[in-house]
Design a protein around this ligand. Structure first.
Ligand code: ZN
Length: 387
């Protein structure tokens, strides 16, 4: 058992000074004035620290991604210490452009490895391409048979690297994801990679207009990658859709018109988007390739999981977004959109995923995942198997 005393609670909504009692990997009680006899466990004084839910990063290339400049540009796997440094206690792994030398089976194995190492880990089935390359032969079976699979993705549209799925093909993917989600009690959503193509969100809008599939069946990501897609995203979210902003970036991308996630959050809220519609993900371990107008690869960087909270911090410090609202986009919102039960909140009965944050500089100083310390006093206590 573990008792965290006198923390400044952001559940993620601000809750004032309180105590949090953890037992068996769960939060059993959130209330001031709790006591824990020393014989039953550890009590720590978190006076002066913010306690927030463990962060959820729902788009991470945990097995590595990339390869868009040839074999030597395939990116490396996620290390446990990267997640710990970023306060990330839940990851959802995805493949990317490459679903040939990378496979759903390898992704499932890595997800189980991260779970064994202390995180909570899930995955999207498929990769950029349509038809979806599944683990068991169909999207519905993947959702029904594999506990770790929560939806389909990242499927690419409006991108020169997509397989250019037709309306019928894409509608079928969404329908199968929805059916599998309903039958398995999972989200069954489609994580949609948006490229820089001028068609933007047109395919998603058409599916919502011409079929019975609801808007919430999709989580379009990279929505901040250019100014026009960002504006389309505002309209999509105002009508009740989810929008996902990618936090990993490089200065050159921002110079090319990408909207920094922290700025994007502030602008979306100002434009009237409900704070519950917005999520951030890091695109961690993904390649960040920059192509010129002729589609030639110019340069390649790598996404970082630590950028996730970095953009939340910038949203608060530089953009004036309230901390509770900014934390929502990496805690309660993804938990709700992806039906990750027990995740994204500090509440009685929730999983004991807790981040302790130093309030002045907004630095992650403590990480607890499923009731176990991964970082304490700013020092990682646990390493990945081969680190
Ligand atoms: Zn992507």
């Amino acid at each position: 058992m573990l008792l965290i005393k006198n923390a400044d609670l952001y559940a993620p909504a601000p809750g004032g000074r309180t105590d949090i009692l953890v037992a068996g990997g769960r939060i059993v009680r959130v209330s001031p004035g709790l006591q824990l006899p020393a014989s039953l466990g550890e009590a720590i004084d978190a006076d002066g620290f913010i306690a927030a839910p463990g962060f959820i990063d729902a788009h991470v290339h945990v097995t590595g991604g990339g390869g868009e400049g040839g074999y030597a540009t395939r990116t490396p796997e996620l290390r446990l210490s990267d997640a710990i440094a970023g306060g990330v206690t839940t990851v959802v792994g995805c493949l990317g452009t490459d679903g040939i030398t990378r496979s759903p089976a390898a992704l499932l194995a890595k997800v189980r490895a991260l779970e064994d190492e202390g995180l909570s880990a899930f995955m999207w089935t498929g990769h950029y391409a349509v038809p979806i390359r599944t683990l068991t032969g169909s999207i519905e079976q993947d959702l029904l048979f594999i506990d770790k699979i929560i939806g389909v993705g990242e499927v690419a549209i409006s991108d020169h690297r997509s397989t250019q799925p037709t309306f019928d093909e894409f509608a079928r993917v969404a329908a199968e994801a929805r059916r599998g989600g309903i039958l398995s009690g999972k989200a069954g959503v489609v994580n949609v990679h948006l490229g820089d193509g001028r068609r933007g969100l047109a395919l998603l809008r058409r599916i919502v207009e011409e079929t019975e599939i609801p808007r919430t069946q999709f989580v379009p990501t990279h929505i901040n990658r250019n100014p026009s897609l960002f504006e389309e995203g505002i309209a999509w979210a105002r009508d009740g859709g989810f929008v996902d902003l990618t936090t990993s970036t490089v200065p050159a991308f921002l110079a090319d018109g990408e909207v920094k996630s922290s700025t994007g959050l502030r602008r979306m809220l100002e434009a009237g988007v409900g704070p519950g519609q917005i999520t951030f993900t890091s695109d961690g371990q993904g390649s960040l390739p920059a192509f010129d107008a002729q589609g030639q690869l110019q340069r390649l960087e790598i996404g970082r999981v630590t950028s996730l909270f970095g953009e939340v911090r910038d949203a608060v410090v530089e953009e004036g977004v309230a901390l509770g609202t900014a934390l929502q986009v990496i805690t309660a919102n993804p938990a709700r959109a992806l039906k990750l039960r027990g995740k994204g909140q500090i509440a009685d009965g929730a999983d004991a995923d807790i981040v302790l944050i130093e309030p002045r500089r907004l630095e992650v100083r403590g990480v607890i995942a499923r009731g176990r310390w991964l970082m304490k006093d700013g020092q990682a206590l646990v390493k990945g198997t081969f680190e």
